[in-house]
Design a protein around this ligand. Sequence first.
Ligand code: SF4
Length: 174
Amino acid sequence: MDLAIVLSTPRRGASWPWSGSPRRFSTVAGLDVSIQGDILNLLARLRGELGLALLLITHNLAAARLSTELLGVMYMGRLVETGRTADIFRLPAHPYTASLLAAMPVADPTRRDRSPAVHGEVPSMLHRPQGCEFHTRCKRVESRCRVGTPLPWDIAPGRSVRCHFPLTKGALSS
Ligand code: SF4
């Protein structure tokens, strides 16, 4: 069985981006949260029973945490951090990842210190920043970041980050 799960609806008339045609097509973006949970649970069960690989593209960090084993975090269309999901949630290495995780909602009504995940605006894709593309919004920016484009490098086995000054390199390699 070919099973494809896509979390956003393609434009009308857009062609399927992969070879072959899927027999099933599912979107959960925009659904009620409880229904999203039901669908993600169903996908987890199908993955286990049918031995499927599941590619989940989402802005929902909780869903990514619950439903994936490997995680890739993207900024402006480029992967800035990859690794095991549990490791990234425990010790994010890229400042963008860390900001996203710090802004995750917590089930505590006394917490009122919610701030935006990342301050500032996403730069235009037509005028991408030089150097590190996140430098215009990064709290850890240094002069090197404005001129030198960081390439992905391995800071631990199975863990890659695109940053000159990752947050957790020392902790991961110790
Ligand atoms: S390279 Fe510099 S600006 Fe870019 S994420 Fe790392 S510390 Fe921040």
